[in-house]
Design a protein around this ligand. Structure first.
Ligand code: DQA
Length: 148
C-alpha cells in the first residue's frame, strides 16, 4: 500500500510533553515526536496527520472523520482516557482500519488504575514503555504490515 494515511492521536496533557514529569515522559516535546513521525511517514510514501486534544469529544470527532477520509490506520495515545473512556473505545470500534495503542511509560509498572485500558479491547497492537520510540515502532509495524 502506498500513500496510506495514518492518523496519530494524542490525548490530554500530552501537549505538555517535555516539561510534564520528564522523569516519566521524557524531555522531547510533542512537536519533536510528531516531526519524526511525519519524516518517517513521508520517507515511506505515507501521509501522517497528528492531532492532540485535551477534550474527549475532539478525539472522537477525529476518529469519526478518519472513517470517511480514507485513513488506513490510527496510532493513539489516549493518555488518561485510556483508563476511562468507553466513548473512545466505541468510536474506535466503528473504525475499520488498524489501531495501535501507544504509551510513553510502562503503564503496567505504575499505579493499578493505569493497568486497565478500554482502548486495548480494540487495539491491534499495544506498545508501552518505549518512550517516544513507541510511536515510531507503531508506524514501522503499520508500514511493514501494509507492504507484506
Ligand atoms: C500515558 C499513560 C497514562 O496512564 C497517562 O494518563 C498519560 C500518558 C503514557 O503515554 O504513558 O497521560 O498514556
Amino acid at each position: 500500500m502506498s500513500q496510506a494515511k495514518v492518523l496519530v492521536l494524542h490525548g490530554p496533557n500530552l501537549n505538555l510533553l517535555g516539561t510534564r514529569q520528564p522523569e516519566i515522559y521524557g524531555h522531547e516535546t510533542l512537536d519533536d515526536i510528531n516531526n519524526r513521525l511525519y519524516e518517517k511517514a513521508a520517507f515511506n510514501g505515507w501521509e501522517a496527520k497528528a492531532l492532540q486534544s485535551n477534550h474527549e469529544g475532539a478525539l472522537i470527532d477525529a476518529i469519526h472523520a478518519a472513517r470517511l477520509d480514507g485513513t488506513a490506520a490510527i496510532i493513539i495515545n489516549p493518555a488518561a482516557y485510556t483508563h476511562t473512556s468507553v466513548a473512545i473505545l466505541d468510536a474506535l470500534n466503528a473504525f475499520d482500519g488498524k489501531v495501535i495503542e501507544v504509551h510513553l511509560s510502562n503503564v503496567h509498572k505504575r499505579e493499578s488504575f493505569r493497568h486497565h485500558s478500554y482502548v486495548s479491547l480494540r487495539a491491534d497492537g499495544v506498545i508501552a514503555g518505549l518512550g517516544s520510540q513507541g510511536y515510531l515502532a507503531a508506524l514501522d509495524a503499520l508500514i511493514k504490515a501494509a507492504d507484506a
